[in-house]
Write a protein that binds this ligand. Structure first.
Ligand SMILES: C[S@@+](CC[C@H](N)C(=O)[O-])C[C@H]1O[C@@H](n2cnc3c(N)ncnc32)[C@H](O)[C@@H]1O
Length: 236
């Protein structure tokens, strides 16, 4: 499929997440064979030394916010522009005491409705790939981080091993959209997932953009044969 551009992409992404909301967590776990939990644990662990408030952008149904609070009790602002995803996550965790530390906020990751120098850590899991303008999103993350604060960004990437890469691509384009489409009732949402992974920046390009946004100590760590990558950096 041809990926939509600019404002059309925002509307499309919002609509697609809204449409798959009730099946989103189940499908994540099924399609990744539960490894998504491990990936979020790794991303959250990079923020473990930060005592102050954390911002989780593109927070969805709050799985990463929950993991951050599980690892260490701190305030987490969980921002997403899809109200349905946030509401579903909040309702699901209604009886979980972690919700006392999590504040869901409906807003745009490229125009954060938040003041400068506020958070000691900022994170996003499987979110930045969906932004219309990644550079703008990274500049916003930098702006709301306190000096010395840490960014930990988890995102899909493309495996570099040629044999594994061919198998993975077959799974991504042939198996995943059909299986997830059948379960969620929205095959297009998962065709978009596959195409957005293929169309996303390389690891080096993401690091260059993070540096341009002002981050220092920028590093990346591929996990699970490069299916995902964790990017990290600090604000000076
Ligand atoms: C793949 S989900 C990730 C959810 C969650 N972080 C997780 O680990 O499962 C991506 C989320 O990013 C949100 N999103 C995409 N673009 C956004 C934007 N510009 N501002 C805020 N949220 C956005 C979507 O609504 C969706 O909930």
């Amino acid at each position: 499929m041809t990926l939509p551009l600019e404002e059309a992409k925002k509307d499309f992404v919002q609509q697609k997440f809204s449409s798959v909301t009730p099946k989103y967590d189940f499908l994540n776990t099924l399609l990744s064979l539960y490894i998504d939990h491990y990936w979020r644990k790794r991303a959250a662990a990079l923020l473990k030394d930060q005592d102050g408030p954390i911002l989780d952008i593109c927070a969805g149904t709050l799985p990463l916010s929950l993991e951050i609070v599980r690892q260490k009790r701190r305030k987490v602002v969980a921002l997403d522009f899809c109200f349905d995803m946030l509401k579903y996550g909040r309702d699901r965790l209604r009886n979980n005491s972690a919700m006392e530390s999590i504040l869901p906020v409906c807003g745009d990751g490229e125009m954060l409705p938040l003041p400068d120098n506020t958070f000691t850590g900022i994170t996003a899991a499987f979110g930045v790939r969906n932004l219309t303008d990644l550079s703008r999103g990274l500049e916003e993350m930098y702006r709301v981080l306190k000096p010395g604060g840490v960014a930990s960004i988890l995102e899909f990437s493309r495996p570099s091993n040629p044999v594994f890469s061919r198998l993975y691509r077959f799974y991504l384009h042939r198996i995943l959209p059909n299986l997830a489409g059948m379960i969620s009732g929205d095959k297009e949402a998962y065709t978009y997932l596959a195409d957005s992974i293929e169309g996303f920046y390389s690891q080096k390009q993401v690091c260059t953009m993070m540096k341009r946004a002002g981050f220092v100590n920028v590093q990346y760590k591929p996990l699970t044969l490069g299916i995902v990558t964790i990017y990290s950096g600090n604000r000076l």
